[in-house]
Design a protein around this ligand. Sequence first.
Ligand code: FMN
Length: 222
Amino acid sequence: MDVIKAIKTRRSIRSFKKKTVPISDIKKILELASLSPSGSNTQPWNVHVLYGNSLKKFTQEMVKEFLKNNKKLKLERLNYMKNYRSPYLERRRKVGWDLYNLLGIKKGNFKKTLEFHSKNYSFFDAPIGLIFSIEKDLGWMSWLDYGMFIQNISLVCRSFGLHSCPQAAWGLVYKKANKLLKLNKNFTVHCGMAIGYENEKDTVNNLRTERESIKNFCKFYN
Ligand SMILES: Cc1cc2nc3c(=O)[nH]c(=O)nc-3n(C[C@H](O)[C@H](O)[C@H](O)COP(=O)(O)O)c2cc1C
């Protein structure tokens, strides 16, 4: 698959077929993604690959943790903005409502919203779950390097017929995840990713997101 097709067919997928993914494919994908650039070739990524029984045990614990403690769970860091403002607020609302409309979740239905959010912690039932960890004292550029690595994983997945969903949601449950994965105290959960074959029958995967026209975010200098 050429890179343009991979970019055009990548979408965040939130429902997967039961079909297992050969772990040899995941190894190849990670090897390819590790060719990503990073400042001074520092390669700040660490990947925890969960599948089979480990995935089942981990996700059971994590869904439980989220459902029990979601009201008091707090992020360790500022992921996006403290108080969302325009244009980020409108974009965030649009994708949220588009998703909830597809799912038939009405405004104010906190029970169903929570239920859907909790699916993040089972990796949306994907056969492969990746947790990305990072050394806490690494700076902005290392977090940016990490993003390039994660994007490469999602693109390479396409040439293996796989889809993915990057998940910041894992940052919210970092304490429990750090513990279950026995992370060294200098490390923390950065985010995660669900990987598997798309379940085309589930309407949640009908979500199509929009992008700003380049004329609204690019300036050309001649
Ligand atoms: C770093 C990052 C974190 C994300 N976290 C989540 C998440 O926790 N749960 C989720 O369902 N989608 C998550 N997404 C998916 C975004 O909602 C999605 O990329 C965006 O709406 C654009 O849609 P597309 O990926 O289908 O093009 C995340 C995406 C990125 C890049």
